[in-house]
Ligand binder design. Structure first.
Ligand code: RB5
Length: 142
């Protein structure tokens, strides 16, 4: 599975730490590439384009709190961006929501806890069934 990672300046440090921890995964780094200020909606759009082009199967997005970049990513059809803030939430984000972007807060979470959440998510299976029709409703037009 190919995983893309991206952050704004608020998530830059955490992004770099995750890249180091998961060196063997060869994460596709979409930026930002320094601690200089950038706008998280631009970073979210870049991630969505990458997933839509099937250049990656799963995304990791990081901003200061994880909130702004979640809001931005979830404006796009087909995107299910989940802010993971506990191991239970990480498990449920896969079992029930089959999230395709994992979101973290670079200023609110430690590297160690984020690594745990990623590992829980990746070792959990989507349940489908009653959840599938709900996911389909997410993408129904207004
Ligand atoms: C940038 O300063 C900060 O607002 C951003 O990283 C994020 O936390 C927004 O939700």
């Amino acid at each position: 599975m190919k995983i893309a990672i991206a952050s704004d300046h608020g998530g830059f440090e955490l992004k770099e730490a995750l890249k180091k921890h998961y060196q063997s995964w060869n994460l596709l780094d979409l930026g930002t590439y320094s601690a200089d200020s950038v706008d998280y909606p631009d970073i979210a759009r870049q991630m969505v384009q990458t997933l839509r082009a099937k250049e990656a199967d799963l995304g990791i997005l990081i901003c200061g709190t994880g909130i702004g970049i979640s809001i931005a990513a979830n404006r796009y059809k087909g995107i299910r961006a989940a802010l993971l803030y506990s191991q239970d939430v990480a498990r449920l984000a896969k079992q029930h929501n089959n999230a395709n972007i994992l979101v973290f807060g670079g200023r609110t979470m430690s590297v160690d806890e984020v690594i745990k959440y990623i590992d829980v998510f990746l070792t959990t299976t989507y349940e489908g069934g009653r959840h599938q029709k709900r996911l389909e409703k997410l993408d129904a037009s207004e």
